[in-house]
Design a binder for this molecule. Sequence first.
Ligand code: SF4
Length: 459
Amino acid sequence: MRATAPFLAPGDDVEPSPRYQAHGPRQLDGIARRFGLDRDLADTIRAFSAVLPFRVNEYVLTELIDWDRVPDDPLFQLVFPQPGMLSDDDERVVRAALERGAGKRELEAVVAPIRARLNPHPAGQTDLNVPFDLDGPVRGLQHKYDQTVLYFPAQGQTCHAYCTYCFRWAQFVGDPDLKFAAPGVDRLVAWLGEHPEVSDVLVTGGDPMIMSGDNLRRHLLPLLDVPTVRTIRIGTKAVAYWPQRFVGDADAADTLALFERIVASGRTLAVMAHVSHPRELEPAVAGEALRRIRATGAVLYGQAPLVGRVNDDADTWHRLWTAELAAGITPYYLFVTRDTGPRDYFEVPLARAVEIFTDAYRRLPGLARTVRGPVMSATPGKILVDGVEGEGDARAFSLRFVQARDPGLVGRPFRARWTPHASWYTHLELDPATPPDIAAAFPATPLAEGRSPVAAAVR
Ligand code: SF4
């Protein structure tokens, strides 16, 4: 990894932007040669990438990953698939297919059932979240909470690099049946006209910041004609994976001008920065990207999941939230890893997640205590694990919905029996005194602890 400079001061010169260069499975041998990657590991990555997406870029390879610490390096774990992410059986089957030179159709037949077992659309995204208009389901939208609609512009459904824990992996595997994508914004605008209760549009993906300035304008500017839309949020990991998007790219200035125009319209423009590890904020160009975004009048919020082997310790989160505060990002959410993809490899038990969150939180300055967590973004809503009450066998998780499909559930405390292994809300045994409407949002019988549907399928 190259040495990194401190954040630039306003007005400092920035090196001209290098060209964005993505690498996928075909470049693995070259990456292995350049960075001394073990050959067997490279073959595992190849097998994994036939099932789940793999993409890295030159900036991540040279600026973020510490190759002296590979394979344990958290940024390497974040982007490069690892042994254990697929079951031994699945990896064997896929490797065999690759070794015998299986054609596209044969390979698809091998990987389709594996993908299906990895829960491609968690939290009822396809069954429960897709809204309807007079022409039927609107495929590029999700509407789960009254005030907010998620918008998936078709051109924004890739990322500058792919996270191995991505809960949206189904967007990137080339299967149109698994993908959310809106070809244009017209249907969203019409739908918003019928839904004045929706004040927030969350533009998401993939990563919307993969789009050119022209495409961003095409998708965002029509939203300014909808008076009931007050906030536009952009979910992005570009500050981490390709900060040049805001600094030296050919259309960086155009993009920042678009941000200014949105802010000048009186809307709040919120850049929801996905930052998994404090190292992502260390390069000077990342600091400069954040400074330029803030200079447009946009506000920045930070969010990421708690992921085993990437950021599963309190010091990492303390450093991350402290660095976010210093860079003008408001710490927002610490999520629990979702029940999809290679979740078994990354999962952190809720009991441990509470310890990590509490330990990091109690050392923060007051202004960084805006962060909420650990939060499970699940089928019924966002469930906050607010701490642990009691002692010994009488311990209980304190829980609360911070968002819910049924707004009547929000903000009401309830409890579940403490267990050391539960890692998802479906594992929890609710207190018998839980109000019936809250209990109805949970499965009638908890699944076995530590055996998420994904874990059960993978093992
Ligand atoms: S940046 Fe977000 S959408 Fe893209 S791979 Fe990572 S988690 Fe998935």
